[in-house]
Design a binder for this molecule. Structure first.
Ligand code: ARG
Length: 461
């Protein structure tokens, strides 16, 4: 075997690795996605090696020149990725050596692929998190754009999917704004733990060269170094945390999707979703299906699966690095890709929603949504809440038997249930009255929701 064909580690082996094993253990097909981060990490490492006089200035220059060419080849799609070279790290290192000779062979001084790959994944994830936070914000902003027109659009609020109390459509949308706000916070918080440098941990125990880890951390914009070398190369909790944050984002969007699907069904008829986000049926000409929300709901399953995959790959590993960790990449990439596409499409889709206030209002008027308001009215006139609850329950039963709403009952009819009821009850029983009464932070009164929207806009600015 010539040096060119040999594996970087094959010196101690008596026979070449079996073809099937080579394919089974190689990761280049998917980890080449880390290439630019791998180069970024290598350049910082080389710069530190030169600063610490572990390699000389000429070596550093050669490495920089070689890496610039490699980066160019990768970006142009000209780089010849070889499965025989196992992974992204060895592919790039071998090419560097072909291009610049001994300097390329010196790059790996004081480093292992174990700390190298942990660094690459962290650089990749940090970048992904930054992009995802922007996408979450864009979706939040789309929600605000829709909400601001609907602080007076009244729909039934549900519990148990039964009509509960009236709320504004804006208030309902703002609930999702809050969820997404926490999602963005979770990503930002997770980023703090992602943003630590493993390099310098080498294989597991550190290195005998006089390196300066803090300098590399600074060059790569990390907040600091991983403090324990064994931990640095072995744990992927930062990726698991990210995957969990991703699962929550998808869970929130899955819930919103479920609502959009319900609302678009003719039984509800609360909204319409623009044609460009829907598809038809090949057999039923009348169909317009909300495919995008359905797929979001479905894709939540794969993102949750990725989280479970990462948790499971970690749970049985003794310290320190094990090849199991190579399995962290595909679930991680898939979660990032799914989130990226989902958030993008969702922000556009929210801009393509037509609201049907009449249908919402009609539904809110049907389910005795203001019954609690009647109870509250009686309480304010001195009746204990439990007695008020009982009186209103009887009134609702009476109205159900007559197939009408509470506000359709005559004053004498209402007064059978409590003598405290007077003419001023009708204002209380309107949907508008019900909303206006919930006038405190977090309530559905239009002025509160307007204030919430204004605060939300400010928080995004
Ligand atoms: N491709 C490997 C991974 O993704 C790189 C690290 C390999 N290290 C080793 N000692 N075999 O985890």
């Amino acid at each position: 075997m010539t040096m060119q064909d040999k594996q970087a580690w094959s010196g101690r082996f008596n026979e070449p690795v079996a073809e099937l094993v080579k394919r089974y253990t190689a990761s280049v097909d998917f980890d080449k996605r880390l290439a630019l981060f791998d180069i970024q990490g290598s350049l910082a490492h080389a710069q530190m090696l030169a600063a610490c006089e572990i390699i000389n200035a000429q070596d550093l220059k050669d490495i920089q020149r070689g890496m610039a060419q490699i980066e160019n080849e990768i970006l142009c799609g000209d780089f010849d990725w070889q499965i025989d070279l196992e992974d992204v790290h060895l592919n790039i290192e071998r090419r560097l050596t072909v291009l610049v000779g001994d300097a390329g062979k010196r790059l790996h001084t004081g480093r292992s692929r174990n700390d190298q790959v942990a660094t690459d994944v962290r650089l990749y994830l940090r970048h992904a998190i930054d992009e995802l936070i922007l996408l979450v914000h864009a979706l939040q902003s789309a929600l605000l754009d829709l909400a601001q027109h609907h602080t007076h659009t009244i729909m039934p609020g549900f519990t148990h999917l039964q009509v509960a109390q009236p709320v504004s459509f804006a208030h309902h949308l703002m609930a999702y704004f809050e969820m997404l706000k926490r999602d963005a916070e979770r990503l930002a918080d997770c980023r703090k733990r992602v943003n630590r440098l493993p390099l310098g941990a080498a294989a597991l125990a550190g290195t005998s060269y006089p390196i300066k880890r803090e300098y590399v951390a600074e060059l790569l914009d990390f907040d600091g170094v991983c403090e324990n070398s064994l931990d640095a190369v072995s744990d992927r909790d930062f990726a698991i945390e990210f995957a969990a944050a991703g699962s929550l984002i998808m869970t929130h969007l899955s819930r919103l999707s479920e609502e959009l699907i319900l609302w678009m069904s003719p039984r509800f008829g609360f909204i319409d979703i623009a044609d460009r986000f829907c598809t038809g049926s090949s057999i039923m000409p009348q169909k317009k299906n909300p495919d995008v929300p359905e797929l979001v709901r479905g894709k939540t399953g794969r993102v949750n699966g990725n989280l479970v995959a990462l948790l499971t790959l970690m749970k049985g590993q003794p310290l320190a690095y094990n090849k199991d960790n190579q399995e962290d990449k595909e679930p991680l990439f898939d979660t990032v890709d799914t989130l990226t596409q989902t958030l993008r499409i969702y922000a556009d889709m929210m801009g393509g929603i037509t609201v049907k206030p009449e249908a919402m209002r009609h539904a809110a008027l049907q389910g005795y949504a203001t019954a609690t308001d009647l109870a509250d009215y009686l309480v304010k006139k001195g009746l204990p809440f439990r007695d008020a609850h009982e009186a209103v329950a009887l009134a609702v039963r009476f109205a159900v038997e007559r197939n009408c709403d509470l506000c359709d009952l005559k004053i004498e009819e209402l007064r059978q249930f409590s003598a405290l009821i007077a003419d001023d009850i009708y204002a209380v029983l309107t949907l508008e009255g019900s909303l206006a009464a919930r006038n405190h932070t977090g309530g559905t009164a239009p002025q509160q929701v307007e204030a919430a929207i204004a605060r939300a806009r400010k928080s995004l600015a």
